[in-house]
Design a protein around this ligand. Structure first.
Ligand code: FPP
Length: 228
């Protein structure tokens, strides 16, 4: 059977901390393993012909974690940007970030903007990293932008253009490590997304696991509120 591959997959990469704890390791090592998983999933997603992959790397609420963990996540992201540049360019990946700039260091913002600029004409997979991201913040930022423009009334289609990135809504939302919640991720865009939750912790999530999620998506009967 020919599989229907979603154009946009969104992932809540959860469980790095638990993965590390189970092994008696510091949480930051879990995040490092999580970054390795992400690399594998990006390559596999590109191979499958997925057009957009949005991954939740740091939420507006994650600043509440210990200073040590926040710093480690910032450092990991910066290292990631440097380390992945070659891979991104060689594989024709378009790199984008969704999120607020406030509280993010100038050096990290510069590195993000640089890679966005460098890869903007790439036509393969769009890797969209949700960083310092909150779904409510994104909606409020959109509303404030349209108020500034003096808009009085808009349609759902128009409002979608006020989100951080003008990309189609994800058909499939994956959450690892078994938690049954949305955690303020892509609130506007996931209205009709199919949700796939696995107990697998993010550092253990591999190519086979992504295939399994896509197979599960293929068994869903998508009605968008209608009747078939
Ligand atoms: C959730 O696990 C994960 C995060 C808050 C960070 C996600 C970051 C990565 C996967 C690192 C790689 C990303 C980039 C872009 C370099 P958790 O810490 O909440 O795990 P727990 O629920 O088991 O404690």
């Amino acid at each position: 059977m020919e599989l229907n591959i979603p154009k946009h997959i969104a992932i809540i990469m959860d469980g790095n901390g638990r993965w590390a704890k189970k092994r008696g390791l510091p949480r930051t090592l879990g995040h490092r393993e999580g970054a390795k998983s992400l690399r594998k999933i990006i390559t596999h997603a590109a191979k499958l012909g997925i057009k957009h992959l949005t991954v939740y790397a740091f939420s507006t609420e994650n600043w509440k974690r210990s200073k040590e963990e926040v710093e480690a996540l910032m450092f990991l992201f910066k290292t990631y940007l440097k380390g992945e540049e070659k891979n991104i360019m060689e594989n024709n990946i378009k790199f984008t970030v969704s999120g607020r700039e406030e509280n993010v260091s100038e050096s990290l913002l510069t590195a993000i903007r640089r890679l966005e600029e460098l890869s903007k004409n790439n036509t393969g997979l769009n890797l969209n990293i949700a960083f310092n991201y909150g779904g409510r913040a994104e909606i409020i930022d959109g509303i404030n932008r349209l108020l500034k423009e003096g808009k009085k009334e808009i349609t759902e289609e128009e409002f979608s253009k006020y989100m951080y990135r003008d990309i189609p809504d994800p058909e499939l939302l994956i959450r690892t490590s078994g938690e049954l919640r949305i955690s303020n991720f892509l609130l506007w865009q996931i209205a009709y997304s199919e949700i796939y939750i696995t107990d697998t912790l993010w550092p253990d999530f591999d190519e086979k696991e992504l295939d399994k999620a896509i197979e599960s998506y293929n068994k869903r009967d998508r009605r968008f509120g209608g009747v078939k």
